[in-house]
Design a protein around this ligand. Structure first.
Ligand SMILES: [Zn+2]
Length: 411
């Protein structure tokens, strides 16, 4: 582990604040010299350094020449009308709560390192040699998987532009976070899939991995399938972003337009893991869910959809047995209080099995039961209404009843 992020300089509207953030933990605050009024804009500038962890988990060094860089920049906390500034310290297990932003990301790397990131690569022709750039471009229309970079091509220096340093430029719009990976030996596959039959929108599916990894060799095909499936069946909303890139690592974790998955020998399990991480695009990222406090609001949906796509990929009997064994077994067979706490309990207050049950199993079962009770048509109508209401915002459980109480207390 490292000492974490250090702030070198911080200014708001050119007023410089004296702090290096060393006593902040994961959240800190400054008292503004001049208040920012409602509707007013302010320019915040931050210079910082971030030492990447050598121990690879949700971020860090994957191998001596492969790195996954996430949660690596300081950001402004969410301000919502439910809790004011979000000042909950991050203690490791929980996930995140972020606002929607547009990003311009530039990553400078030595030659022969390829960068993969959230968003769209803007300067493929500058950072790739002409033949590699041509293959990459063709992957946006080619019906088959394109091998943009093979192990030999990477080894021979036949992929990136051969200047000392290359600057990789990515942009991403209206999304809650950004991250990137780089390697000088991972192979790179890419393909595309139509996710919206009405508009014909195509999404680029990419994968970067150690040459010869059995499950990752299929990741682009699997990704094309699940992007199309999630877009047309459940949740049945066209994939809202232009790219999805999977990196072989150790995290089994979702990021906007990115997945970092461990390789698994069981190909069905591996594919379900990819499915699960990809469908997180909708929950939490499309919705701006507060995962830190209410993990059930994204993990519950991801677990329910993982089961539904699993029934089509592997048949109902297999999907049922996997779901019961992996997701449900302990919770159902152990009636102790720790196993069974109210789903709405704040995730940041839960530990042990209470967290996992509340985040994954119970809400997934509830969503699936509700789907059976209402029928697919009505359930989907309600789901789509919920998604339309809260896309780009921050849904909070119980907020409507709190509003009602407040309204009543005013009358
Ligand atoms: Zn998940």
């Amino acid at each position: 582990m490292t000492d974490g992020l250090k702030i070198k300089a911080l200014s708001v509207d050119h007023f410089r604040y004296k702090t290096d953030g060393s006593d902040w933990g994961t959240v800190g605050s400054i008292e503004l010299a001049r208040p920012i009024l409602p509707g007013q804009k302010a320019q915040v500038k931050i210079e910082w350094s971030y030492p990447l962890s050598r121990r690879s988990d949700r971020e860090g060094q994957i191998d001596p020449q492969t790195f996954f860089c996430a949660y690596a920049y300081p950001r402004i906390s969410v301000y919502d009308d439910y809790n004011g500034w979000d000042r909950l310290q991050h203690v490791g297990r929980q996930e995140f709560y972020n606002d929607f932003n547009d990003y311009n990301l530039k990553v400078q790397t030595p030659k022969n390192y390829v960068v993969w990131a959230t968003g769209t690569l803007q300067n493929a022709e500058e950072v790739l040699l002409p033949e590699a750039a041509k293959r990459f471009k063709s992957s946006f229309t080619d019906p088959d998987v394109v091998h943009v970079a093979t192990a030999d091509q990477m080894k021979e220096g036949n992929i990136t532009a051969q200047q000392d340093w290359n600057t990789w430029h990515f942009t991403a719009q209206n999304i809650t976070d950004i991250c990137f990976a780089l390697s000088n030996h991972y192979v790179w596959d890419a393909g595309n899939v139509v996710v919206d039959a009405v508009t014909g929108k195509r999404v680029s599916m990419q994968a970067a991995y150690k040459d010869g990894t059995a499950d990752f060799k299929q990741y682009v095909d699997w990704g094309k399938y699940c992007l199309q499936w999630f877009s047309s069946k459940w949740p049945g909303v066209p994939y809202p972003y232009p790219t999805m890139t999977a990196i072989q690592g150790f995290a089994d974790m979702e990021y906007p337009m990115m997945v970092n998955d461990a390789t698994l020998e069981d190909l069905k399990d591996s594919r379900l893991t990819l499915d699960h991480e990809v469908v997180h695009t909708y929950f939490p990222f499309y919705m701006g869910t507060n995962e830190t406090r209410y993990a059930f609001m994204d993990e519950g949906w991801a677990t329910a959809f993982e089961y539904l796509i699993g029934t089509e990929e592997n048949g109902k009997a297999y999907a049922d047995s996997v779901f019961k064994a992996f997701r449900v077994a302990h919770y159902i067979s152990d009636p102790s209080a720790e196993q069974d706490q109210p789903v709405i309990s704040m995730s940041s207050q839960l530990s042990g099995v209470g967290y996992g049950n509340n985040a994954y199993v119970k809400p997934a079962l509830a969503y699936l039961a509700l789907k059976d009770l209402l029928g697919d048509t009505l359930f989907k109508k309600a789901l789509h209404q919920y998604m339309a209401n809260w896309n780009g915002r921050h849904p909070i459980p119980g907020i409507s009843s709190i509003h009602l109480i407040r309204l009543r207390s005013k009358t």
